[in-house]
Design a protein around this ligand. Structure first.
Ligand code: HAM
Length: 420
């Protein structure tokens, strides 16, 4: 037997109904906020991620699926989508004067991490990027959009963790202070943290070592090193979030695992996800477009881990998405009834009613059982008696009721049931 590759999985029905519903809701919200979809390739040049996500990140260091193609090009399965969006923005000159680009994407990402609950090697993200707007109001709007989406999904009690990582101008002084604080701790650090300390001390703030994490409570904080403009940006954002009643917590140790961030960074965690509890991450990247060869253009965005979002979904939304509300099962009772049932299926579909036709003619028991298993709430049964009398039997599988409906009234009857 050939199985899925380590860390990758199949998404099967009925669970795919939940994914589809969620994606519909996300697309609706993006449209409400003026975003357009962008789709970029799953394969990109390795160089793209080295230059954006950065050499000191875990992603570039040890998590990329990279290979050489037949032409000797170094390629990587995208580990995230911001780099690809910015590449496309530069490549297609989307930076037109005065235009703010608001782009969203849905799709698979790949990281060769050790698989565990909530952590896969192929996972999916729902993300968005705003390019060309530098002000804190844009940061606020991104978070307002996110909380709008969460409330439509039925989440309550989520908070965003926020920090500012400053700019290239003010960060070096902070990194020096942090390095000085961390130097005496190097002895007791594990191999990973010692590498991080050497390459980029900010990464140490993300340590997985609980003893070290405890010591970090006394580490110097970036917020104390912000230049006046970055501080004003941060404070304006907080005021706008207060105004919009977005619940946030300032987390002075939040630095994020990717190198391209400037100023605002944020994460949302969900309490019911276990160890891999980051539902989404994002932040501002005012340098990235220029770093990838475009005109100096500010940017900000986020990516939700869709796999995690699906497993954290409130039960009511999940159950509702699982119901096959808009469809009816059509069961032919006997072999002789198949042609009649097929004709009826065509009539119903022509009227816009989705029909899951079971042509086997195995009698009402098996037909209904199968319809129930597949999540249908309504089943239409046709047998010889129904054909002769010009009627159909409509069973409500959830309520265990049944109606005898004249064929001429069947479309109207079913439409009424489906919409109620
Ligand atoms: P990230 O924090 O690396 O940010 O990933 C965003 C989210 O993707 C995480 O919070 C998590 O929910 C999900 N995720 C990451 N790795 C895995 C995995 N192995 N298995 C399952 N889910 C995972 C970014 O990717 C940035 N591009 C976000 C961004 C957009 N920043 C600015 N714009």
């Amino acid at each position: 037997m050939i199985t899925t590759v380590k860390g990758m999985r199949d998404l099967l029905p009925p669970e795919t109904r939940v994914w589809n519903r969620l994606e519909e809701t996300a697309r609706e919200v993006f449209a409400l906020y003026g975003f357009d979809e962008i789709r970029t390739p799953v394969l990109e040049s390795t160089e793209l991620f080295v230059r954006s996500v950065g050499e000191s990140s875990d992603i570039v260091n040890k998590e990329m699926f990279s290979f050489e193609d037949r032409g000797g090009r170094r390629l990587t399965l995208r580990p995230e989508n911001t780099a690809g969006v910015v590449r496309a923005y530069v490549e297609h000159s989307l930076a037109q004067e005065g235009l703010v680009q608001k782009l969203y994407y849905l799709g698979p990402q790949f990281r060769a991490e050790r698989p565990q609950k909530g952590r896969f090697r192929e996972f999916r993200q729902i993300g968005a990027e705003v390019l060309g707007a530098a002000d804190a109001a844009t940061d606020a709007e991104i978070l307002i959009l996110l909380f709008d989406l969460f409330s439509r999904l039925g989440f309550t009690g989520l908070r965003v963790s926020l920090n500012s990582v400053g700019t290239d101008e003010c960060r070096p002084a902070y990194v020096d202070a942090l390095r000085a604080f961390l130097a005496p701790l190097a002895e007791s650090m594990g191999e990973d943290d010692r590498r991080r300390l050497e390459q980029n001390p900010l990464r140490v703030l993300d340590t997985k070592d609980p003893a070290l994490a405890e010591r970090l409570a006394e580490a110097p904080q970036m917020l104390a090193f912000l230049d006046a403009e970055s501080l004003a940006h941060h404070e304006t954002l907080l005021a706008q979030l207060d105004e919009a009643a977005i619940p946030y917590t300032i987390d002075p140790r939040l630095v994020r695992g990717l190198d391209y961030y400037t100023r605002t960074v944020f994460e949302v965690t969900a309490p019911n996800l276990g160890a891999q509890n980051a539902l989404l991450g994002g932040g501002r990247y005012d340098r990235l477009v220029a770093d990838l060869g475009g005109p100096k253009t500010p940017g900000i965005g986020f990516a939700i881990g869709e796999d995690r979002l699906v497993s954290a979904l409130p039960e009511a939304y999940r159950l509702d998405a699982l119901l096959r509300k808009g469809t009816v099962a059509l069961v032919a009772l006997g072999e002789d009834d198949r042609a009649d049932a097929l004709a009826l299926a065509r009539t119903l579909r022509a009227a816009g009613i989705a029909v899951d036709f079971d042509p086997r003619g195995r009698g009402p028991g098996d037909g209904l059982k199968a319809a129930g298993k597949k999540g249908h709430a309504l089943a239409v049964l046709v047998g010889s008696r129904e054909r002769e009398q010009g009627i159909a039997l409509v069973k409500n599988l959830a309520l265990r009721t049944q109606d005898i409906v004249p064929r001429a009234e069947l479309v109207t009857f079913l439409k009424g049931k489906i919409s109620s």
